[in-house]
Ligand binder design. Sequence first.
Ligand code: CA
Length: 381
Amino acid sequence: MTDFGRTTLPYCSFILDGKRHIGVGIGTQVLDLTAAASTIVPEHAALFADGSLDALMAAGPATWHAVREALLAHEPGNDLHDDVELVLPFTVADYVDFYASEHHATNVGMMFRPDGDALTPNWKHLPIGYHGRAGTVVASGTTILRPSGQRRSPDGEITFGPSTKLDIEAELGFVVGVPSALGTPVPISQFDKHVFGVCLVNDWSARDIQAWEYVPLGPFLGKSFATSISPWIIPLAALNGARVDPPTQTPPPLPYLRADEPWGLNLEFVISLNGIEVSRPPFASMYWTGAQMLAHMTVNGASLRTGDLFASGTISGPETNQRGSLLELSWNGTEPISLADGTTRSFLEDGDTVTISAVAHLDNGERLELGEVLGTIVSQP
Ligand code: CA
């Protein structure tokens, strides 16, 4: 298991004696907060009773802070568990996926629109996103069934069958705790009043299905079959030391997208395929921040619900070994990547296991592990 140290204090849900409990990661162990809350945070014990993070997430930043302070002061004893079964820790409400990496958007543009500008005219004015399928967000470890769908071959033939271009997208997910009222935009300054924490996301993508269906309304069945998230939710407060300025934005964004404080994050992702590292995407290179995504997502008055999940989009850095998808790493299959075991990959094969992990680099030199999200591809029965 990940070693979370003593100050990260990530939350999870785990199964104990057939019942769901809320846990907190301490080192490589799990503190049973459903059992221990009456001692550690008696005034908030009711929030942990049902084993889901929903009530804590909805309670808001003052409560998040009080619980975190109590956990920092707590001396763990015999309330720690090893090797617990982790499950999805909150009820996913709405799911939005952004497209916030300039390097990723440029790479994809170069591959799919080689005769035009790599970035679309809107890209530097707003964080582009789409609404995904909340009901198919699954916890790390869930097997991923290779999806079937319509594809168009290079000679124009339309066929149906299992995807032959199954891919990953390494992303960071933001988890909303505090809801907002319909008709009232959430200003960019209120980001940390609404967002509870972050998780790691693998936005599984069937490129052949996606390429045929996406015009003109965007991703649909090529994405909606499954999205995996890490079972640990890292509180936003644990990442304060990792906050950095995002890249300079030119042209300057409209006022509602301008922040007074930095919400870039110095996180380093690692993507492994069957245990072999294939890429190290740097989150600090993301053009748009989570705070800008939240402000944009609500600027039309759309309301937030507890459990809303919005993901950053594929994280790709400027270097070839910093790309966050196989589409880019293999340049749409024209440059298959070599694995250390002697095999090559353009896209995923049945039986492949993809693991995405991340660490936060704090300004005091500390390094916080953020957990991992993994999934194994299985064929259609
Ligand atoms: Ca995505």
